[in-house]
Design a protein around this ligand. Sequence first.
Ligand code: SF4
Ligand code: SF4
Ligand code: SF4
Length: 258
Amino acid sequence: MATNAFLLDISRCIGCQACTAACMTGNELPAGTQYIQLIEQTRGVFPNLAGGFKNHRCYHCTDAACVAACPTGALFKEDGMTRLNREVCIGCEYCTDVCPFDVPHIVDGRSSKCDACARVTAAGGEPWCVRTCPSDALRYGDREEILAEAHRRVEAILTRYPNARVYGETEAGGLGVVMVLPDAPEVLDLPANPEVPLLVNTWQKVVQPAALGLTSLSVVVTGVAAVIARRNHMQELKQLHAQEAAAQKEDSQERGAA
Ligand code: SF4
Ligand code: SF4
Ligand code: SF4
């Protein structure tokens, strides 16, 4: 089976928003929804400052935490991409909790994120964002070829950007969006070592196999159980934070009295 990937060359992105607009129009996204966020950045240390853009989107992780956590199979892997079938999403928010890049959001009670233009690529076309980018910052194709191109580009910019590197070759098990970074990931607001929460693996081993292959009624029941489990988890977290705050207050009162 083909394993595809995007190339996202941050050193070439000029923040023109063409990809964002093409994605919204091509995918007929509802008003207020967008799958790409362009965030202006100032990099470096004064007086050596430079401007640039973070091009934030789903990174299509090979070992996708969102897929591992999803109890209904709404999120799944295909051709190296992380797809989303909103029809079977039950809005439990597990994907939003576990994504190491904070990508999915709940819109109208269901998860929302880039699905790598599944319909367009199935028909042999290129994703809307790729075909629209005017500066060749985006490409889509076979992952091995994308990786080779990313390394070629890094070599070509090393004189200008000595800290340039490829990001996404191995991070989080390898990303479906291979990036050319002009600087270290931390400088560009990306995690140096994106990690999948440990609990996700347990969840994947215990709950997800139980949900897959069930009747739609069973999936709904499993989904409701997931929502309840999440609510309990959030209550436990709140209690824990309240206990910590109370302990800190007590501690500072004792120190004040001493
Ligand atoms: S970036 Fe987040 S939403 Fe996208 S595949 Fe990875 S875990 Fe899933
Ligand atoms: S691949 Fe398609 S859905 Fe994803 S950001 Fe690009 S245009 Fe939007
Ligand atoms: S279209 Fe290309 S250059 Fe413009 S913002 Fe998107 S990635 Fe950057």
